[in-house]
Design a protein around this ligand. Structure first.
Ligand code: NAG
Ligand code: NAG
Ligand code: NAG
Ligand code: NAG
Ligand code: NAG
Ligand code: NAG
Ligand code: NAG
Length: 465
């Protein structure tokens, strides 16, 4: 009796509609850590193979995901792993890389995560443009052949929003921000009146699951404290001895593609830094929106999986190969376009949950701009200038059903400094040059403002000769 045959029932059972959005799964570190059984098929596929309906599993083995990021397997291999936000995990062991989204089901606004199971996703050899792809599925249950009922980890709801109504100009809200504090200034932007509340939410990272807290920054160890002494008090990749290494500001429009813009902006700047500005490639964000399996198009994604995993596995193409349209669609990228790869993608600190401000500054100065996500509250959208911090004020006119609607926006840190005793980050946004300080903003640094110091990531773009 072959393993593959008996697993069929299990797999067929799991093929359910996978609803696009930053996946709505909500799995935590303690759900994922521990012993898993992996079921894997032959390692003979290429990167374009679709594992969704795969069921021919031919090997079974156990892996143990240990605290904080070590992993072991039955053959005595030692590897490492990381959570990817609350969506899934990636494991590197025995010369192979395994990545899977956590399993969930969605019915309307009700989402149930089954964190002890993954979808059938893929594995491949370690390396850039990797080979020997296979399909695998993971389960933490003792008997994965009869997984009904799945062990529920959590059931949650998405907040209800008035997504289809147009944003209404709210000068009272803007005045109240400007009255309450002097650190930053707010203004009204005309372009927002052409957007619905749903567009505004997508533009700032998309809905996030209620109640999910990002990890807190970690303690700064003495060795890192020492390294900080060598860093300048202020630094700006837009002006390093008069030279700008940051590519131009772009506009994502109403598509929830901030993660693609931030991921590629990090690589554009790093390519300029590594080549002394001689390679000024602009990368195609439309390719990410249309073609990446590691993200959800205009419904969101994560820089770890785009600047990192997609860039290492599939590579990035130039903007003119697939120019930005700002809408979802099937993949139009010409396979003949030249691909730029990146490698060594990592959460700053080494794994999800190990970040802090000191490590971020060290990476920024040493390696180049870094991708971060942070929580966008309604006041942020009206930032004009100064050092942003969340005021706690609500835009009751527009977000009356859910004043605390917050989203998870992705941007790129390009520098840091201090003004009047307040430390700040300099951040590149993707809302056009007419927004903020010519498309950039500054935000409080050192207190994890809006969780901006919790999950920074970076990757190294490979310079082609
Ligand atoms: C399952 O995989 C084995 C091993 O590679 C292969 O010989 C067999 O043809 C596959 N079966 C199906 C139905 O694809
Ligand atoms: C993982 O599996 C789900 C369900 O089949 C699929 O929708 C998704 O695209 C897969 N992701 C990857 C990266 O293979
Ligand atoms: C993979 O196949 C499933 C059906 O098995 C399909 O729904 C899905 O769209 C396919 N994904 C891609 C990226 O082609
Ligand atoms: C969602 O869950 C609630 C109870 O929590 C239930 O009343 C409702 O019918 C569910 N909706 C769907 C679409 O399953
Ligand atoms: C696939 O893996 C085998 C070992 O299992 C190796 O010999 C072979 O070179 C790999 N193929 C490629 C294209 O890297
Ligand atoms: C760059 O920085 C130098 C020194 O701080 C300053 O004098 C110069 O005006 C800046 N250049 C630009 C283009 O901002
Ligand atoms: C970098 O480019 C600048 C301006 O083109 C040039 O003056 C400088 O010599 C270059 N530096 C190196 C290390 O090539």
């Amino acid at each position: 009796m072959s393993l593959s045959k008996s697993l069929c029932a299990f797999i067929l059972f799991t093929i359910l509609s996978f609803v696009a959005s930053d996946t709505p799964a909500d799995c935590r570190y303690d759900d994922i850590r521990g012993e898993w059984t992996f079921y894997e098929g032959p390692r003979t596929f290429d990167k374009n193979y679709n594992c969704s309906a795969f069921a021919n599993f031919t090997q079974k083995f156990k892996v143990n995901l240990l605290f904080p990021n070590t992993a072991t397997d039955e053959d005595g291999n030692v590897g490492y792993w990381t959570m990817i936000y609350n969506q899934g995990f990636e494991l590197v062991i025995g010369g192979r890389k395994y990545f899977a989204f956590s399993y969930f089901r969605q019915e309307g606004d009700n989402v149930t995560s089954f964190c002890k199971h993954t979808f059938v996703n893929s594995s491949h050899d370690v390396g850039v443009d990797p080979k020997n792809w296979s399909c695998f599925v993971g389960s933490k249950e003792d008997n994965p052949l009869y997984p009904t009922p799945y062990a529920k980890s959590s059931t949650l709801k998405f907040s209800k929003i008035n997504a289809h109504t147009f944003y209404r100009k709210n000068l009272d809200f803007i005045e109240s921000i400007n009255r309450k504090q002097k650190s930053w200034k707010a203004r009204h932007y005309d372009f927002m009146e052409k957007m619905t509340i749903g567009d505004l939410i997508r533009m700032s990272g998309g809905k996030k699951t209620i109640g999910f807290q990002k990890p807190k920054p970690t303690q700064v160890i003495p060795e890192i404290e020492n390294m900080l002494k060598d860093l300048p008090d202020s630094f700006d990749w837009r002006n390093v001895s008069g030279i700008n290494y940051v590519s131009p500001i772009r506009t994502q429009q109403t598509c929830g593609s901030c993660y693609a813009f931030a991921s590629l902006a990090m690589h554009e700047a790093r390519l300029r830094i590594y080549t002394n500005n001689s390679d000024q490639t602009i990368f195609s964000t439309q390719d990410i929106v249309e073609c990446s399996r590691y993200s959800q198009g205009c419904d969101g994604g994560f820089p770890y999986l785009v600047a990192g995993k997609y860039a290492e596995d599939y590579g990035l193409v130039d903007e003119n190969c697939n120019p930005y349209k700002g809408i979802d669609g099937k993949c139009h990228t010409d396979p003949k376009c030249f691909r730029h790869y990146a490698t060594k993608y990592r959460y700053i600190g080494g794994f999800y949950g190990a970040c802090n401000e000191a490590l971020m500054r060290i990476s920024l100065v040493k390696n180049g701009p870094i991708a971060v996500s942070f929580e966008v509250y309604p006041d942020f959208r009206f930032y004009e200038s100064g050092i942003y911090h969340h005021t706690g004020l609500e835009d009751k006119l527009n977000f009356r059903f859910d004043p605390f609607e917050i989203t998870n926006h992705v941007v790129v840190i390009v520098g840091y400094g201090s003004e009047n005793g307040q430390d700040y980050w300099i951040v590149k946004n993707s809302w056009g040059t007419g927004w903020g300080e010519k498309g950039f903003f500054r935000i409080r640094r050192g207190n994890d403002e809006c969780s901006i110091e919790s999950i920074a990531m970076e990757a190294d773009i490979i310079v082609d000769n």
